[in-house]
Write a protein that binds this ligand. Sequence first.
Ligand code: GLU
Length: 562
Amino acid sequence: MDYNYLAELLFPNIKTTPADMEERYPARELPEGAKVTRFAPSPTGFVHFGGLFPSTVAERLAHQSGGVFYLRIEDTDAKREVEGAAEGLIRTLATYGIEFDEGAILDESGKISDKGAYGPYKQSMRGEIYQTFAKQLVSEGKAYPCFTTEEELDELQQIDKKTEIKNTDWQAEAEKKKAEMLARRNFTIEEVEEHLKAGHPFVIRILAEGNPDNKIKFTDLVKGNIEIPENDEDFVLLKSDGIPTYHFAHAVDDHLMGTTHVIRGEEWLPSLAKHLQLFRYLGFKTPKYMHISQIMKLDDNGNKKKLSKRDMGANMDDYTRMGYCPEAVCEYIMTLLNSNYEEWHTQNADKGYKDFPFNIKKMSVSGCLFDFDKLNDVSKNVISKMDAAYVTEKVTEWALEFDPEFGKALASDKAFAEKIFAIGRGGKKPRKDLATWADAKPYMGFFYDEFFKVEDSYPENFDKADIAATLEKFLESYDEKDDMNTWFDKVKAIADSLGFSPDMKAYKQNPEAFKGSVADTSMFIRVAVTGKQNAPDLYTVMQIIGKEKTAERINKMINSLK
Ligand code: GLU
């Protein structure tokens, strides 16, 4: 068959050649060892935790090596595309420190535009490029047209998926379809001409020459040495609208855009043989691959399962709503990505996660476990190191959106809020009360009358009269100008006068000799003033809310005890 003639028949409008494309997109000039990586999402919805994960790896590896990190929008499946998803994606990624050097960016009006010399970075705008390479493959007899209807194609794709998971029920049917597919390779130029004349749509398929009994040895930078069966499937390169499939676009784009490391989810591993075949057919150098394991979570029965799109913690918008700060989420991702991150972080407490020498070899091969408890721990640490002004600003920002009443209270007196958030901050052992901004209200809402309520009751073993007496004596002696020691000495004296030990050591040695200790009398006062048994330092609390409010709350409690 005259393949050149066939290529002209199929692509009469394509006048460009692969050589033209190589000229349009010359190799990048970068220092030795610089990595070029990309994030290549399909704009089909929100950013998934499982997407932030590989994109963090890609960002780190590029920027750590002085390379380039770019964003490519893979919008080849118009049916699945969600309006505004690409824009949302760029914004969300930026929130999590994922900044691109080039690619699709948001311009001032919030619309997507291109930055960089290797665009367009939206696949739907690269039709001519893909068709140029498809035409080349047809002219070399490595790809051929297939006049199949959309429905037939959908059906075939279903079977392809099923065969990938080697479901034996599907095996017989798959064999049949394969035979049909092989029959499609047999056509004459005249048949093609007739189809085209009748306006029948066609797809371009690769002419697969692999034998799945032969195994390709391959080194994945995460998975290590693996063997995969050669590809024998005439998969589709161009759909009938001239738009490429993921496979074809991946090979063409990652080659022309100079990607050195393809970092993507391990769900693409079964397609790798297809991609290797394509790189070979097209005469492109194969990039390095890193297939990142799926994020797992424990289900209710303690079994590991994939973190699915519907799970809490999958959608990055969930984190915003729950009040997680991006800094903490990023730190948490680092702890998942590199097993030695935490140790490094302890030794380099003053450094940010972007200073950490990220190491591919320290990545988990089998899959990381997503765990809210661990995230909360990391987050408490991260927030405990922030200064009060920043925390105040962030909590207020969050609350104004998700808890407006609380937000307005904070915003009405910034200095007041800042004093509260300053409690226990800045020292060697800072308080770790907040894992999320949403934790702020339960922690410090009591400072505000509108959110104050007595949540904890006094333990039954104490005499109400003793509690009331403690509160009365405290009020009598309270002087706002006392320093902390004087204040506490007074609390101790009250304890002593009521038969509670002022000295913890003495109390522990002989508890029977007392009604309780100064810890208990402090608690009596604490519950009255804060409504809780556990609250930040009581002396400071009183300093912040002032004598009047302190007295008001204590009096109210005394009355309720009578
Ligand atoms: N568009 C593909 C996806 O969203 C990209 C995979 C890749 O990074 O190559 O899964």
